[in-house]
Design a protein around this ligand. Sequence first.
Ligand code: GH3
Ligand code: MG
Ligand code: MG
Ligand code: MG
Length: 306
Amino acid sequence: MKGHGLDKAANYTILAVDDAKDSLMLLEFDLAESGYRVITAESGELALEIIKETDVSLVLLDIHMPGISGIDTLKRMQQEQAMQNVPVIMLSASGEEDAIVTALELGADDYITKPYIPKVLLARINNALRYMEKTKLLELLAKTDSLTGLNNRGAFQELSNACINQAQRENNVISFAMLDIDFFKNVNDKYGHDVGDKALVEFAAILKKTFRCYDVIGRVGGEEFAVCMPNTTIDEAYLACERCRATVESRIIQVDKDDKTIEFNITASIGITSSVGKSIHYDELVKNADSALYQAKRNGRNQTML
Ligand code: GH3
Ligand code: MG
Ligand code: MG
Ligand code: MG
């Protein structure tokens, strides 16, 4: 497929929505011929159901339809979080200029007038998909710590708050850990900042391996990390953190530098806390885990404290 940053056409599912059957068949033919996966819907109602249940990459949406119109379908898509980011290209007949303006104002990405020219429609679809991919990538970059690939501070807080909201609703327990590498300044001073960076990457990899996929892990400071563990008691959190701490302690970090292989190990101190249901607050968790971490440091480092 032409254009940078796009996967194979077969990786994209296009939903074509039009009440006119002949028009829908034509769209289905043209899109399938270009390699896209195609789903069709003859009404806005049906389209909304499909978008809810299927991973749709882009919607081609007829403006004029009986039942809920293309404009109303678009409005409903904009109201649902999961549908907001799906690109929409309106299909209009001549004389629907006002409706086109309304659709574009509501957030439609583009429009095309029927009868359409297939290669123009495809070019516009490619453009909309490319723009969507770029937006997705930027969103991901904005949430990711570029050194370790972990959630950055902002994303960590956002994801933790989502866990906290759920735990409050369901009266569940959450445990929370703050981890800080011990005497990390010495690593930089002794081996250089680049070697320090490699140690941070290894540390992050151990975190990813140790904790469960639904635990939220983040790099919240230079050599400070945090883990939010939903449905985890303080005892379970302690075991997980101790496992992590022991893995870190025993891992020999090897870095090639200046024709030599540098070998060293690091340790980390960990503070944990836990809270249940309505009483869980992000700031409280951070504050309590932080003071437990401070105790772990004062107590001689390389340990987990609550
Ligand atoms: P403590 O055991 O008390 O935590 O001692 P520490 O040396 O780890 O703590 P301190 O806060 O004095 O130093 C943290 C160090 O982490 C200093 C800083 O240069 C280093 N650091 C922070 N971010 C990065 C990074 O992205 N890369 C590297 N290489 N070092 C970093
Ligand atoms: Mg129509
Ligand atoms: Mg620190
Ligand atoms: Mg430190």
